[in-house]
Design a protein around this ligand. Structure first.
Ligand code: G3I
Length: 383
């Protein structure tokens, strides 16, 4: 009798497994559906994607992603090219694209030392800088109040050792510019989520700097809702341990954690070469561009394993993570084809240049299939 019962149970499990995997296949046909209920899955859009120039790319974006960031067009030099002139034409298109597709819309970025208009980098004193920040932040955030869901208020304000980066903002105002920026953004749109965003902030020293920075902003009256870990990573670093420590450390500050610019380079780095002179030109060097045509299976597999282990960790801490955004839709558009050496062929994302899903895509999707199957099985046992 017991044997029969067990067989029935196994049968139920088997059938339920099939049904479950079929259900999950329909429900999990895209990244955004698979991770629904965990965190947003975003991508960075370039101009041609915002303008829907390529129908195939557009279909892929709408199918796979439910959050968007503008890769370049919302940076200061583009939206505020001269003191008395704002240009929101492209931002309007970007926001309209997100609204049309019911996507989470992230604003990148308000205060950043890079891609500034020249007139901004020439600001000399605190009075002029205060006036600039008030006008710049208030105008931009108010303009899209209620339409943009979160902002990178301050971007990349730290050096690698965790100290403050020298910039026109720090030089004119000292660290008070950090709290001021968050205060101004919150005044302009009290409901929008406000982030500090930076790279390498899973590295211990820079992480300590970021923690101090968040505490400083809070202690000085700024409203900060999240830390954006950019996630421009490599196959072997940062370690999962450091990523996990960072998720925990930031969320202990009472803020959300987002992975805002995720990509994983598979190419050698000139700074790794012993005795390499960074000023030396590596352009055109076969050694530095080892996979100009295709990525060998061995590396493709490594990339898939790396992405799977990272997403497994993200799922473990999904209660702390608001969004995971890839820095681009497909390998062909990635900034990593041109940095730190121009003209290489890199493979950092989940879709290849032909917009086909890579092994890394499948490995990330399989994580959710496994998770859902486990839940399905648990339910059968419970009954
Ligand atoms: O628009 C000009 C074009 O007119 C010109 O013909 C072409 C020639 O190189 O350059 C074009 O500008 C490029 C711009 O991207 C738009 O494509 C710049 O050279 C290039 O430097 C710029 O790079 C961007 C970079 O930020 C600038 O710092 C990358 O696309 C963008 O992916 C990257 O994104 C940053 C995040 O904003 C912040 N975190 C780091 C991340 C990666 O660097």
């Amino acid at each position: 009798m017991k044997l029969i019962n067990n067989s029935i149970l196994l049968g139920v499990l088997f059938i339920s497994g099939i049904c479950n995997s079929q259900n999950t296949k329909t429900a999990q046909a895209s990244l955004k559906n698979s991770f629904k209920g965990d965190f947003y899955i975003g991508t960075a859009l370039n101009v041609s994607q915002i303008e829907e120039k390529d129908a195939k790319a557009d279909a892929l974006i709408r199918k796979e992603f439910n959050a968007i960031t503008a890769e370049n067009i919302m940076k200061s030099m583009f939206v505020h090219p001269s003191k008395d002139k704002y240009d929101f034409a492209m931002t309007e298109k970007f926001v309209a694209y997100g609204e049309k597709n019911k996507m989470f819309i992230h604003g990148h970025t308000l205060i950043w030392h890079s891609q500034l208009a020249r007139w901004m980098s020439e600001i000399k004193d605190s009075t002029e800088m205060k006036a600039f920040m008030k006008d710049h932040i208030t105008t931009i955030v108010s303009k899209f109040k209620g339409r943009i869901n979160s902002w990178d208020v301050v971007n990349e304000a730290l050096n690698e050792d965790g100290t403050y980066r020298k910039s026109v903002f720090l030089n004119t105002l000292g660290e008070s510019y950090l709290a001021d920026a968050f205060k101004l953004a919150a005044q302009a749109d009290p409901k929008v989520d406000l982030y500090y965003n930076d790279y390498n902030i899973c590295e211990p020293k820079k992480r300590e700097g970021a923690i101090k920075l968040v505490k400083y902003i809070k202690a000085n009256g700024g409203k900060i809702d999240g830390v954006g870990i950019q996630g421009h990573w490599r196959l072997d670093s940062p370690s999962l341990e450091e990523i996990e420590k960072s998720i925990l450390a930031y969320s202990e500050l009472g803020v959300k954690v987002a992975f805002t610019e995720l990509d994983i380079t598979v190419l050698p780095n000139p700074w790794d070469l012993q005795g390499a002179d960074v000023n030396q030109s590596f352009e055109g060097s076969a050694k530095m561009n080892p996979y100009p045509k295709t990525l060998p299976d061995s590396i493709q597999n490594k990339l898939a394993e790396r992405y799977a282990s990272i997403f497994k960790l993200f799922l473990k801490h999904k209660d702390k993570i608001s969004r995971v955004t890839f820095w681009g839709v497909h390998d062909g558009q990635s900034w990593l084809n041109d940095w730190p050496i121009k003209g290489r062929t890199n493979y950092p994302l989940l879709f290849d240049t032909n917009l086909k899903p890579k092994k890394a895509y499948n490995s990330v999707m399989q994580l959710k299939e496994l998770e859902n199957n486990k839940i399905g099985k648990k339910k059968v046992f419970k009954n």
